[in-house]
Design a protein around this ligand. Structure first.
Ligand SMILES: Cc1cc2nc3c(=O)[nH]c(=O)nc-3n(C[C@H](O)[C@H](O)[C@H](O)COP(=O)(O)OP(=O)(O)OC[C@H]3O[C@@H](n4cnc5c(N)ncnc54)[C@H](O)[C@@H]3O)c2cc1C
Ligand code: FES
Length: 273
């Protein structure tokens, strides 16, 4: 029987990976599978402390879920204090996830900013796991504030660059003597890289300011709004259509999204276009 997504179940932390000074990836084995698709999220809770939404960073099919969590407040601070073996509450999955069917056979341009790489990672890994359906070029443009803030180092420096037809473009906002890559913001880097829109789908996740300027830049580079997908997950609160805090016009981001095509967003009053 399908698990009721409103009722938390138990989850055991089986491993913790330190990604940066304030981000850790938690591998959590839930009591039952969530059967999520790439781009969905889940509520993680600690008794007596709180509950919050986090993107599922791992692709479907693993027998554990990965969450990459930035330490910003009460709950995330408490999660960062835990060791492997600790128990958390978990419920979900929530949100519509990425339209994996529409991406088949296209060149895929993944654009991530900061912790926004977390939901994109599940999609990148999912597409790599199904390369026969996604045989074309992959390009990842990922920006972080500083070299120390780059997350998923084992993916971005080791495993993904070894993949066939996988172009990796990394940027940081501030200069560092050890950094030979691009310095600046993601939209500027895109203008320099000038990715070819032909047969390409662009998928964006990052802070709102990055999303806004990246959408404008992609259109300037010739991408049609039907070729641009973004996730507005930062607007979600309850995630299940109850709190009314995620609305864009008559739409609830948590029910109709958080993943939208730019062509859909253009028909809705919003802060981006
Ligand atoms: C759909 C969705 C997906 C998400 N995915 C991820 C993810 O994959 N990884 C991730 O790390 N985060 C993710 N988030 C964000 C995450 O849910 C929040 O970071 C989380 O709610 C923080 O909870 P907290 O109790 O630790 O922070 P809180 O204590 O609730 O603090 C939240 C914010 O308030 C600020 N704050 C706290 N106390 C004060 C104070 N006294 N004065 C001023 N400011 C203060 C903090 O700096 C922080 O920015 C996601 C959010 C959504 C909606
Ligand atoms: S997040 Fe609560 S109604 Fe959408």
């Amino acid at each position: 029987m399908k698990h009721n997504p409103l009722i938390p179940m138990g989850g055991k932390i089986i491993n913790i990976i330190t990604e940066s000074s304030d981000v850790k990836t938690f591998q959590i084995k839930p009591e039952k599978p969530l059967n999520q698709i790439p781009g969905q999220c889940a509520m993680i809770s600690l008794l007596g402390i709180g509950e919050a939404l986090f993107s599922i960073t791992s692709p479907p099919g693993c027998d554990y879920l990965e969450f990459s969590i930035k330490r910003v407040g009460k709950l995330t601070e408490a999660l960062h204090q835990l060791d492997a073996g600790a128990e958390v509450g978990i419920r979900g999955p929530y949100g519509n996830g990425f339209p994996v069917e529409d991406l088949k056979g296209k060149n895929l341009l993944f654009i991530g900013g900061g912790i926004g790489l977390a939901p994109l990672r599940s999609l990148v890994q999912y597409a790599l796991d199904h390369r026969e359906e996604y045989p074309n070029k992959f390009q990842l443009v990922y920006g972080a504030r500083s070299v120390d803030d780059l997350i998923f180092e084992r993916d971005i420096f080791e495993s993904w660059p070894k993949e066939k037809e996988f172009e990796m473009n990394l940027s940081v906002d501030v200069e560092n003597p050890n950094w030979k890559g691009f310095v600046g913001f993601v939209p500027q880097y895109l203008e320099e890289l000038r990715p070819d829109p032909k047969e390409t789908m662009a998928i964006i996740c990052g802070p709102p300011i990055m999303i806004k300027f990246t959408l404008q830049t992609l259109e300037k580079l010739g991408f049609d709004p039907k070729q641009i997908i973004t996730t507005l997950e930062y607007k979600m609160k309850c995630g299940i259509g109850k709190c009314g805090r995620c609305n864009l016009d008559e739409h609830y981001v948590c029910k109709d999204g958080p993943v939208f095509y730019l062509s859909e967003l253009k028909k809705i009053k919003n802060d981006f276009c």
